[in-house]
Ligand binder design. Structure first.
Ligand code: PLP
Length: 390
């Protein structure tokens, strides 16, 4: 590290500090409970329905169906569980292969593995930080055959059962191009929209494009239920199957326990839904606050040559869940020094996830060339992004 490096790192932290100055919320992403959270939780406790029965799960699901603009939703105990159900509901199963980015939280690949399929990693593009449509097309063009109605990977012989795009930091991938490719090659899309509640692409909500999609309400997401998730779909068969499998595959009967499949206990409890209902009532407010914060970061770094703020392309209107700096390639080496200084000064910054294709359990999986993923892993830094900072 040269003296110049230290100065640049110091300057990055100073600019971040100027934006978050005056706010208590200096962590990467902290929840805000300023609505009906306590009141709804009290109602849920007083009603006696703290588990999956009662009104709150239904009210929570109703409001999300409206926000995402789909016909069916199913609230789950986590985003990972939602993604698993979305995959199974879309027909993915043991022995299949699923296309996904390596630049994502590990849960995306774990959900694929949990349903018995193999992840097949595709590089991202630097415009969206999501799966690259041109790399995806290349792969489908050059390495698959269409046989008996199935898309087969000609190297592994496995069926490519789904494409799982992930909307990085809440910024949608190019869904127009991606859906076009998926249609052309007849592979269903399952969106990992865990980070993208409230984001739009071409005026339509993220999470409403795929055959099914998954949202997360973990404590660090834009809306939280403590822990939880949601499957969204416009396909009534998928919706019915997801609901059935996610609630122990119980066949309705007034008193007998009849189950007709190996199901899951993935239902969201009412306590979590009560918290979540109060949170979604505040979603518009969170979105406005986060858009203001994003603008302040853009301005704070507008005259800074060594790093810029990641901005979504014009077709998308992201929820700004996490703001990110992108260092110029020649300055990526100062990023970890920024992390050290920021930690001392209590400013919550984090590098992105280690690329999944390098993790021990996924290192042997199929993967395209990964130059953008590995480069962006070095150049990106996420910065404090809670609602209510400004
Ligand atoms: C948060 C997240 C998940 C998983 O959500 P959980 O609710 O923590 O299980 C999946 N994918 C991505 C990209 C996420 O950010």
């Amino acid at each position: 590290m040269s003296e110049r490096d230290a100065l640049v790192a110091r300057e990055v932290v100073s600019r971040l500090e100027r934006v978050v100055a005056g706010s208590e919320r200096r962590g990467l992403h902290e929840p805000v409970f300023s609505g009906n959270e306590v009141s709804y939780l009290r109602d849920a406790v007083n009603s006696g329905y703290v588990s999956t029965a009662g009104e709150f799960v239904k009210r929570f699901e109703d409001s999300l169906r409206e926000i995402i603009g789909v016909s069916e939703v199913f609230a789950t105990s986590s985003g990972t569980a939602a993604l698993e159900l979305a995959l199974i509901g879309s027909g993915v199963g043991p022995g299949d292969e699923v296309i996904l980015p390596s630049f994502t939280f590990v849960a995306t690949a774990n959900a694929v593995s949990h349903v018995g399929a193999d992840p097949h990693f595709v590089d991202i593009d630097s415009v969206t930080l999501g799966i690259s449509p041109s790399r995806l097309r290349e792969l489908l063009d050059q390495q698959t055959t269409f046989t008996d109605g199935l898309v087969l990977n000609s190297l592994t012989g496995k069926r490519i059962a789904a494409i799982v795009p992930m909307h990085t930091f809440g910024s949608p991938v190019n869904l127009r191009e991606l859906m076009e490719i998926a249609r052309e090659f007849r592979v269903p899309v399952v969106e990992d929209a865990a980070e993208a509640l409230g984001s739009n692409f071409g005026g339509r909500p993220a999470g409403s494009f795929g055959l099914a999609s998954a949202i997360s309400f973990n404590g660090n997401k834009i809306v939280t239920t403590g822990g939880g998730g949601l499957v969204a779909t416009n396909d009534s068969d998928v919706g019915t199957l997801v609901r059935h499998l996610g609630s122990t595959a119980k066949v309705p009967h007034p008193y007998h326990f009849i189950h007709d499949r190996v199901g899951f206990n993935y239902r969201m409890p009412a306590l979590n839904a009560a918290l979540g209902l109060a949170q979604v009532e505040r979603l518009d407010h969170f979105l406005e606050s986060k858009a203001r914060l994003h603008q302040q970061y853009v301005e704070a770094f507008s005259d800074f040559d060594e790093a810029r703020v990641f901005e979504a392309p014009p077709a998308s209107s992201p929820n700004h869940w996490l703001n990110a700096l992108v260092f110029e390639p020649s300055w990526a080496h100062v990023r970890d020094l920024v992390c050290e200084i920021a930690a001392r000064e209590n400013v919550g910054v984090r590098p992105p996830w280690n690329p999944l294709h390098r993790l021990p359990m996924y290192a042997d999986m199929q993967a395209t060339e990964m130059s953008v993923t590995t480069e962006m892993f070095e150049r990106v830094l996420t910065v404090p992004s809670s609602a209510g900072i400004v």
